[in-house]
Design a protein around this ligand. Structure first.
Ligand code: AMP
Length: 282
């Protein structure tokens, strides 16, 4: 695995790989890697000949009162983990100056999709995400890019951006990797105390309760959302941000469930804001 920090170096390595007939896979991350990230990298290596992983904590996607400064970082640990897997060919770890040598005058915004769910509390988050993913795609020019289903709204937004802008990259979605307790793996789980970590299983549990209700014939999105809310609010350590049942196409709440849907939750436990979702086609 080659570790590089400049856009010019990525371009050079990708150009060489492409010239020798290799397909290019790309896994964008913010680092502090866990099994969820490594599963994406493994999926990329299975599908592609040459895999680029980026680690970049993107300031554009953090709001003024969010955890940009405190976001966990450990590039040496990440680099070792990645090279041990043997699945990454390049680790691209640019500085903020390399990515944004001057203030950005350009952005990619999907205001309708970006305003729902997490967008209500994280006002410019998805504009920052779409902009950096677009920029990273322009740098790496991947055939395939790999994203985790855990960030369900992010996936919906990236897929739509690629479609709207006819970008030549195929988006592959990888199922959420969980602890044995059901808690979705996340770099932000490090903020949880052992007690909070136990209680945080309520995200997955409440979604599984809703899945069961659907299997039993429930089709009211409002009733399901209410049931999820009640279960989370009954936990003494949980502070609910939202629990919604939405159309996967529009991310708007659905009253009668039909077609592709997503049940999505965001919950604070102490300093950590955790998200999870469950998707299905009805
Ligand atoms: P992040 O570093 O949090 O920006 O995540 C980078 C990529 O890893 C995103 O596509 C995430 O959706 C994905 N990811 C994060 N956690 C998980 C998980 N538990 N399972 C699968 N993918 C994940």
């Amino acid at each position: 695995m080659i570790r590089i920090e400049t856009i010019a170096d990525v371009r050079q390595l990708v150009r060489e790989a492409r010239q020798s007939g290799k397909t290019i896979g790309f896994v964008p991350t913010m680092g502090y890697l866990h099994e969820g990230h490594l599963t994406l990298v493994e999926a990329a290596k299975r599908a592609c000949d040459f895999v680029v992983v980026s680690i970049f904590v993107n300031p554009l996607q953090f709001g003024p009162n969010e955890d940009l400064e405190k976001y966990p970082r450990n590039i040496e640990r990440d680099s070792n983990l990645l090279s041990e897997t043997g699945h990454a060919d390049v680790l691209f770890n640019p500085s903020v100056d390399e990515m944004y040598p001057m203030p950005m005058a350009t952005s990619i915004d999907l205001p309708e999709l970006g305003a729902q769910l997490c967008g209500r509390t994280r006002l410019t988050h998805f504009k920052g995400v779409a902009t950096v993913v677009n920029k990273l795609f322009n740098i790496v020019q991947p055939d395939f890019a790999f994203f985790g289903q855990k960030d369900g709204q992010q996936v919906a937004i990236i897929k739509r951006m690629v479609k709207d802008l006819s970008m030549p990259t195929e988006i592959i979605v990888v199922p959420t990797v969980r602890e044995s307790s059901g808690l979705a793996k996340s770099s932000r789980n490090i903020y949880l105390s052992p007690e909070e970590r136990e209680h945080a299983t309520i995200l997955h549990q409440s979604l599984m309760w809703a899945k069961e209700q659907i299997e039993r014939g429930e089709r009211s999105g409002l009733a399901l959302a209410q049931g999820i809310r009640e279960r989370i609010e009954a936990d003494p350590l949980a502070k609910l941000d939202y629990a919604e049942v939405v159309s996967l196409d529009t991310l708007l709440p659905m009253t009668h469930l039909q077609g592709p849907i997503m049940m999505a939750v965001a919950v604070y436990f102490g300093k950590a804001r955790l998200i999870d979702n469950f998707q299905l086609n009805i």
